[in-house]
Design a protein around this ligand. Structure first.
Ligand code: TXA
Ligand code: MG
Length: 339
């Protein structure tokens, strides 16, 4: 497949009926569109087209073995794309979709081979976002969409952030406002009789356990083992400046990291919940909200603000409870600064 490296004017479009139609036509023509979802923005392309899918990999500089999620509208017949919908998949579809969950099915081979990168499965997501649903309905195509960021960077949670990441690489970004969830969907393998979480996300293990008797997890990369989800082995969610991720509640350690950054000539900032500010006196502090839910929603945006005004970040980790487990998963992958 010939890979196109193109430069073009990128425009943010208001989600009017006319603009949604324009974006649907753009997708049908094999070009890329920035698409809002309730988790993060996606870099969308027609999943039937080898060339359109190849363009995603070029635009993001994405590792060649990392498969893409396919997005469909809520009335789309999944049997167009998958060979089997297990009883488990039926239950999870009923309970959690449309919503922030991605389910891995056995593929029937209908989407471009480049989507699944050699796996015999396909990951499907039905986003719960009005504008995403309208766009998916208007084009009535399966839409491959990884997060709309350069590979290894944090995802984009508003249209402006997509522009900052990918300007010149796509014609349109459909503006659907700020994403409500703020971190990526839960990826779950539903090919067997028990769900296997491949990437933690908004739908927690506790929520899955209300539908399934047991839940397995394969979210870590063990060198040499067969990888369930190739994405887990790559560097992810990283700002362009050093980040020290401090375990929850260890404020002395956070202050030491801040001090070490200062001594090495950096201009650091602490990122934490509003209630944590009091532990840091006069140190630079940027609040990322009050609750874990708010931290998730504002995390990537706060990192983007921090990298514009500072040269180092001390990030206060959330507690590993409920949805916090998923937020912490992203935070731990950002850690790049050693004391
Ligand atoms: O919330 C989200 O999931 C966002 C929005 C745009 O929908 N998308 C997203 O895509 O986060 P991306 O490409 O950044 O992450 C997709 C993850 C990767 O870790 C990839 O390895 C995994 O899903 N994945 C995709 N297809 C898979 C498959 N067939 N089997 C296992 N893992 C798969
Ligand atoms: Mg991503």
């Amino acid at each position: 497949m010939k890979e196109k490296q193109v430069t073009m004017l990128t425009t943010i479009l208001k989600p009017t009926k006319q603009n949604i139609r324009l974006c649907a036509e753009t997708l049908k023509n094999g070009d890329l569109v920035g698409m809002p979802t309730e988790t993060v923005y996606g870099l969308a392309a027609n999943a039937f087209s080898d060339q359109a899918v190849a363009n995603i990999f070029v635009a993001k500089n994405r590792p060649q073995d990392n498969p893409l999620i396919v997005h469909v509208h809520k009335d789309y017949d999944l049997l167009e794309l998958v060979s089997e919908i297990t009883p488990l998949a039926k239950k999870l579809l009923k309970k959690f979709t449309p919503g922030p969950i991605t389910m891995v099915f056995k593929s029937n081979g209908a989407v471009s081979k480049s989507v699944s990168r050699g796996l015999n499965t396909v990951a499907i997501r039905i986003p719960n976002h009005k504008i995403a649903q309208k766009l998916l309905k208007e084009c009535n195509l399966p839409i491959a969409a990884p997060s709309a960021n350069l590979s290894s960077r944090m995802s984009a949670t508003n249209a402006q952030a997509v522009l900052e990441e990918l300007s010149g690489k796509l014609p349109y970004i459909l503006d659907g406002g700020t994403c409500q969830v703020g971190i990526e969907s839960t990826v779950v393998d539903v090919t067997g009789d028990q769900p296997i979480v491949l990437r933690p996300g908004k739908i927690t293990k506790e929520q899955l356990l209300r539908v399934a008797n047991s839940v397995d997890e394969k979210t870590k990369y063990v060198s040499g083992e067969k990888i369930a989800s190739p994405g887990v082995k790559y560097k992810h969610y990283s700002p362009s400046i050093p980040v020290y991720v401090c375990p929850n509640g260890r404020y002395n350690e956070a202050k030491n990291a801040y001090q070490a950054m200062l001594e090495r000539g950096l201009n650091p900032v602490v990122l934490g919940k509003s209630g944590e500010k009091r532990h840091f006196g006069k140190l630079n502090f940027l609040s990322i909200g009050n609750s874990t839910k708010e931290v998730a929603k504002k995390l990537y945006e706060s990192l983007r603000i921090a990298e514009k005004h500072h040269t180092g970040i001390v990030l206060c980790a959330v507690k590993a409870e409920g949805f916090g487990v998923s937020v912490l998963n992203r935070m731990n992958k950002m850690h790049s600064y050693e004391l």
